[in-house]
Design a protein around this ligand. Structure first.
Ligand code: IMP
Ligand code: MG
Length: 174
């Protein structure tokens, strides 16, 4: 496994995002919606950088199952129970790759009446490929292969690493 983004780099990006989001949201009492499971660690660090009134509610989706590429349609396993009509929402996602997952989630939040819907992403892997998705807060932009750590997984594993790593071929066997 090769280190791609160190714990220090991640934490610096999280602090910067915290400042940007605080500037935009501090008087708006948003609902922060981490997308489970991958963003649990990022969200836990990020919300501690947001020193103003907010609520947290969760959404759980999956598209990758145990592979390193999206498999089939996005499945929604859990939706926020908090009424979102007229509430500002900040979606917190770990990684954007093709953009398909975020496009679907943004659409769902808008259907639920959230307004505005903003998006914070720790890692934007898109480079020049991928669908155009409006992302308001990007932690780190880096074209890369499949990564794990800091909450993100391969087949459910490696979430406990503090940095972000690129998997080598042997790591795919667990
Ligand atoms: P997209 O729908 O192709 O943009 O993929 C984004 C979703 O897939 C996110 O919810 C991520 O959790 C997951 N994902 C994308 N790339 C990776 C990766 O390199 N490692 C772990 N999860 C990933
Ligand atoms: Mg995910």
């Amino acid at each position: 496994m090769k280190l791609l983004i160190s714990e220090d780099e991640i934490q610096a990006a999280v602090r910067r995002l915290g400042e940007e989001i605080t500037r935009d949201f501090q008087k708006r009492d948003p609902v922060v919606v981490p997308i489970l499971s991958g963003s649990f660690m990022f969200a836990a660090d990020l919300i501690r950088q947001l020193p103003f009134p907010l609520e947290v509610d969760f959404m759980k989706v999956s598209s990758y199952k145990d592979s390193t590429a999206p498999v089939g349609p996005i499945e929604i396993h859990l939706e926020p129970g908090t009424p979102l009509k007229g509430r500002p929402v900040l979606i917190v996602e770990d990684i954007v790759d093709s953009g398909g997952t975020l496009i679907r989630i943004i659409e769902d939040m808008k259907k639920a009446g959230a307004d505005p819907v903003k998006v914070a992403v720790l890692l934007d892997k898109r480079g020049r490929k991928g669908k155009p998705v409006p992302i308001d807060y990007v932690g780190i932009r880096k074209e890369c292969d499949f990564v794990v750590g800091y909450g993100t997984d391969y087949a459910g594993h490696y979430r406990n690493l503090s940095g972000i790593y690129v998997l080598d071929e042997p790591d795919l066997k667990l």
